[in-house]
Ligand binder design. Structure first.
Ligand code: CTP
Length: 218
């Protein structure tokens, strides 16, 4: 069983010293990599910039990238042969239209940046998903959470979507604990109570292994 996992943030360069990024630490994605490896899977962990060390398991092959474009290129290389795809990365939706070759010097009182859309890694690969492959995405919503998460599942061709809670203390970016709700295409819901990211990861991996198509069990 081969698992493709994206994790962490992406950094989109603005000039040689600056970038646009986000607060993702990679903890949830790395915990998922460990949990899949513990179940005997071979994992390709495509990680954006994260302070976390490469997981020690020999079953986890870590590929370090910086930008969304690099993350897509690395994920695309293994997507076809992977049985399970998990998109845990917080990918920047936009990047600066121009990357300055030299450090941008301050001049006027305001500075306007033009941003262009990045590739949607999950949605693009989702269009190529075969019947025996299984895709899991993450969603962070602030309004109409369940409806938006299910819409994301449909648009990106996910089999399951993991909805991160923003409302609960101790859940989400930077924390060691998380509280998530998992949804499938039929609207079926599984709730995970607030617990360590390692425990959430183990629970998610059990759920994924129980749900994936039987043809990929061999
Ligand atoms: N994702 C991705 N590539 C992107 C953006 C998102 O692979 N360029 C994946 C994330 O890893 C996650 C899922 O898609 O699994 C949801 O990301 P999100 O940014 O919430 O989706 P959007 O549809 O871009 O969100 P919104 O429309 O709410 O901005």
């Amino acid at each position: 069983m081969h698992v493709l996992l994206t994790a962490g943030p992406t950094y989109e360069p603005l000039d040689p010293v600056r970038f646009l990024g986000n607060r993702s630490t990679g903890k949830m994605g790395y915990a998922l990599a460990e949990a899949f490896a513990a179940e005997g899977a071979e994992v390709t962990l495509v990680s954006g910039p994260s302070q976390l060390p490469d997981p020690a398991s020999p079953r986890i092959h870590t590929v370090r990238v910086e930008t969304a474009a690099e993350m897509f290129a690395a994920a695309e290389q293994v997507a076809a042969e992977a049985d399970i795809w998990v998109f845990a990365a917080a990918v920047a939706d936009y990047r600066p239209a121009q990357v300055a070759a030299e450090k941008i010097k301050k001049s006027g009182e305001t500075l306007t940046l033009e941003l262009v859309k990045n590739v949607d890694i999950a949605a693009t690969l989702g269009q190529r998903k075969r019947a025996e492959q299984f895709a899991v995405g993450f969603a962070l919503e602030t309004t109409n959470e369940l409806a938006h998460a299910q819409d994301k599942l449909r648009r990106k061709n996910f089999d399951l979507v993991v909805l991160n809670s923003l409302r609960d203390a101790g859940a989400g970016f930077g924390h060691d604990t998380n509280k998530v709700t998992v949804l499938d295409a039929a609207g079926q819901i599984v709730n995970f109570e607030l617990q360590s990211k390692a425990d959430v990861a183990r629970g998610l991996v059990s759920l994924i292994l129980a749900r994936r198509p039987l043809s990929s069990n061999v």
